[in-house]
Every structure is written in structure tokens, then in C-alpha cells.
Design a protein around this ligand. Structure first.
Ligand SMILES: Cc1cc2nc3c(=O)[nH]c(=O)nc-3n(C[C@H](O)[C@H](O)[C@H](O)COP(=O)(O)O)c2cc1C
Length: 172
């Protein structure tokens, strides 16, 4: 039994994820990047993460050619940044502030967290490539993440901790 692309997309959309922008420099020294939700931690020692990138993405050749990439984890207020970096042909960096990180990769300074990685493997994954990176520099700040669920952007709504009083009980 096989599954259609539409069904596959629909089912996968039920897995809520954070949203990142993966960046690098292209061969001409210009910043390039795309919105990526297929981002996962892989190993603690050594510290490894992976991102999956579509071969059709304009940023793909640069990611393939570069020996490094950065992952910018977006904050709840960065929906427009996600939309911009999910649009091929847009001049993505024109209206977005970026600055070189400790390893020199183009980072979005407002992001919730940054990881700068050295590409250690690139595995075939159907129409995507799975880039595994060793994290060489990482920082995070306080804030809430941007989420993506069933094709829509969302934000965290934390559950009450078990045993913690309800809001009304806390006030009385
Ligand atoms: C929330 C969200 C998550 C996405 N996740 C991925 C992903 O994990 N991998 C990928 O290759 N494309 C992903 N995309 C699609 C790319 O961001 C999109 O195709 C983009 O236009 C590629 O830009 P480029 O062609 O300029 O490189 C995602 C898009 C959105 C809106």
C-alpha cells in the first residue's frame, strides 16, 4: 500500500515543530538561507544536529558546497521572517538584519537561539539531503518559540505543571 503525497503531507502536518532559518554563504560570498522545520538534535558527544534540505531549494547548492551552516531558531514574533525565508527568489536578506556569528556565518541576531555547525556528513534522503553538522558555537536567549502545526503558525501554550494550583486558586 502506498500513500499519496497529499496524504503524507497532511499526516505529517500533525507533528508540531519549531521553525528555523538555515543560513550559509554562497560561492559569491552572499548570505543565503531557507526556512527549515526538519531540524533535529542527533548526538550529545560529539554535539551533532541535522537539517533536511530539498534539492529544489535555491539555497541547496550553497549548503552542499559550503563546509558550514548555521541554524537560527525563530522566536514567536518571527512569523514574517519565516515567510520571507520560505519564498524562493525573494531578496531574503534585504529587509532582515544579519551579522557574522563567532564562526563567521550569517546569523539573524534576533533569533531565539543560534547554532553554527561544521558539516560532517551529507546523506541522501529521497528528494532531500540530510546535512549533519557538528555544533561549534551556540547561544540562546530568553523568549518564546515560533511553532508550526497543520500548516499554520502557532505559539506555546504551556500546560500547568502537575500539582500546581490553577490560576484562580493561586490568586485567592
Ligand atoms: C514552516 C516551514 C517549514 C519548512 N521546512 C522545510 C524543511 O525542513 N526543508 C526544506 O527543504 N524546506 C522547508 N520549507 C520550504 C522552504 O523554506 C522553501 O521551499 C523555500 O522557498 C526554499 O527557499 P530557497 O528556494 O530560496 O532556498 C519549509 C517552509 C515552511 C513555511
Amino acid at each position: 500500500m502506498s500513500i499519496s503525497t497529499d496524504e503524507f503531507r497532511h499526516v505529517l502536518s500533525h507533528f508540531a515543530s519549531g521553525v528555523t532559518v538555515v543560513t550559509t554563504w554562497d560561492a559569491e560570498g552572499r548570505p543565503t538561507g531557507l526556512t527549515v522545520s526538519a531540524f533535529t538534535s542527533v548526538s550529545l558527544e560529539p554535539p551533532l544536529v541535522l537539517v533536511c534540505v530539498d534539492h529544489k531549494a535555491q539555497s541547496y547548492p550553497a549548503l552542499r558546497a559550503s563546509s558550514r551552516f548555521a541554524v537560527n531558531i525563530l522566536a514567536a514574533e518571527h512569523r514574517a521572517v519565516s515567510e520571507r525565508f520560505a519564498t524562493t527568489n525573494a531578496d531574503k536578506f534585504a529587509a532582515v538584519t544579519y551579522q557574522p556569528g563567532p564562526l563567521g556565518l550569517p546569523l539573524l541576531p534576533e533569533a531565539l537561539a543560534h547554532l553554527e555547525c561544521r558539516t560532517v556528513s551529507a546523506y541522501p534522503g529521497g528528494d532531500h539531503t540530510i546535512f549533519v553538522g557538528e555544533v561549534e558555537s551556540a547561544q540562546a536567549r530568553q523568549g518564546n518559540p515560533l511553532l508550526y502545526f497543520r500548516g499554520s503558525y502557532s505559539r506555546l501554550f504551556p500546560l500547568r505543571r502537575r500539582g500546581a494550583p490553577r490560576q484562580a486558586e493561586r490568586r485567592s
